[in-house]
Design a binder for this molecule. Structure first.
Ligand SMILES: NC(=O)c1ccc[n+]([C@@H]2O[C@H](COP(=O)([O-])OP(=O)(O)OC[C@H]3O[C@@H](n4cnc5c(N)ncnc54)[C@H](O)[C@@H]3O)[C@@H](O)[C@H]2O)c1
Ligand SMILES: O=C(O)[C@H](O)CO
Length: 386
């Protein structure tokens, strides 16, 4: 795209120019920017993934801030272009920001925003959906019905895994990993084993309390265990869900050797980032272990799947939709816009990215702060006292 050919403009005479590389759900995010004297330009180009050149064309000669997407390569070239245009504000419309070279942003004094918290339960619910779909072979059974193959009930038709009393493993018990763990423990009475670099005390207290409730009511209590290593989780769990950030320490965290550690009939779920799993090794493992199942929302080379994965009946694959609920996506757009607006207006940074609810209350003006700036310390940005 040499020059942006399709742009939707709001508040053309606004003092500040904010570019959004994609249309985003809802209109609150636009109104919040327009109300603060921003001209909002939304790229409506049909191209799904914009190139660096496309985005440079969008930035142009004067741009105060950009709202971008996790599919875009935000590094030296784009932050230099934004800086040349006078811009100091960028936000990913995502909580993950592995597509952003934060050191390059620091070099140009550009704030990097992300959207934590608003997608926690939505993502955890999708991971739970994939867990159940894999355990009970829902997709295979649906295809069977639609193919007209059903000719009556049979004792062994699509027999799957019972989750109750089994062990659920979580790798990365942060916001989403903890929310997923609670769903699977409370909803299906599973026992938890988790591995994280940090202790998840709140999650441990929840499982303990729920176990005490069950015991007091004559039921088998649930248990929790903090594993000393990721391998311990892989060996012990019947169902494992991956929720770490993607960085150089988690790239191919699940590889051929670790897949071999897992139970032959285990279920692996990945709603974090595709490169956390060696997908080539995963396809081989699925081929040689027909009772092993996966549920994948993310892929190593999105939008492509590694050869062979699409043919695997023991794999459920969906196109990176874990945060795709209306409320969450509109909230992500709002947080991303407020990150950019906050930097433009010189607001401080919100002090607690785990409690961003005040920014999502549609009946009240948002706090005069940027919800979540990942390089606020590096840029020496003030923290809100609100
Ligand atoms: N598929 C989707 O649509 C979707 C939606 C939301 C988030 N995500 C991904 O999920 C990630 C987690 O989001 P979150 O809000 O829970 O973040 P978070 O920061 O709250 O949790 C991430 C956790 O990973 C842990 N961790 C980091 N390195 C680890 C390692 N080597 N081993 C084990 N644990 C490790 C951290 O300690 C932290 O507790 C995001 O970074 C994003 O990439 C994907
Ligand atoms: O990191 C994220 O937020 C997801 O991948 C998209 O919602």
């Amino acid at each position: 795209m040499a020059k942006p050919v399709s742009i939707e403009v709001w508040n053309p005479n606004g003092k500040y120019r904010v570019v959004s590389t994609k249309p985003m759900p809802g209109t609150r995010w636009i109104n919040l920017l327009v109300d603060q004297d921003c001209r909002v330009e939304i790229c409506t180009q049909k191209k799904t993934i914009l190139s660096v050149e496309d985005i440079i064309a969008l930035i142009g000669d004067k741009c105060d801030g950009v709202i971008g997407q996790l599919t875009e390569d935000w590094g030296e070239t784009l932050f230099a272009a934004l800086s040349r245009a006078g811009g100091k504000a960028f936000s990913n419309m995502a909580v993950g920001y592995n597509n952003v070279d934060v050191n390059a942003a620091n070099k140009y004094g550009v704030a990097v925003g992300n959207t934590p918290g608003v997608l926690t339960e939505t993502t955890a619910e999708l991971a739970a959906s994939l867990s159940l779909s894999a355990a009970r072979r829902i997709v295979e059974a649906d295809e069977f019905m639609r193919a007209g193959l059903y000719d009556g009930w049979l004792p062994n038709l699509f027999v799957g895994n019972l989750l109750k009393g089994q062990t659920v493993g979580v790798i990365g018990a942060g916001r989403i990993g903890s929310a997923y763990a609670r769903i699977m423990v409370e909803g299906f009475k599973m026992n938890l084993i988790y591995f994280d670099l940090y202790q998840s005390t709140r999650l441990e207290k929840f499982v303990t309390a729920y176990g005490e409730f069950l015991k007091a009511n004559g039921e088998q209590p649930v248990t929790w265990k903090r594993a000393s290593s990721m391998d311990e989780v892989l060996r012990e769990a019947d169902l494992i869900s991956l929720h770490p950030v993607l960085d150089k320490t988690t790239y191919h965290l699940v590889n051929k050797e670790r897949l071999a550690m897992m139970k032959k009939e285990a279920i692996l779920i990945n709603c974090s980032r595709g490169p956390v799993v060696d997908e080539v090794a995963l396809v081989e493992h699925l081929k040689h272990n027909p009772m092993f199942r996966v549920g994948l929302d993310v892929f190593e080379d999105e939008p492509y799947m590694k050869p062979g994965l699409a043919e695997m009946k023991n794999a459920i694959v969906v196109p990176h939709i874990a945060s795709a609920s209306k409320w969450t996506r509109e909230g992500m757009a709002t947080l991303a816009a407020l990150n950019v607006l906050g930097k433009i207006k010189g607001y401080p940074v919100w002090g607690d990215p785990n409690h961003i609810e005040p920014f999502l209350n549609e009946n009240a003006p948002p706090p005069a702060a940027s919800p979540s700036i990942v390089n606020s310390k590096a840029l020496g940005l003030p923290v809100s006292k609100l």
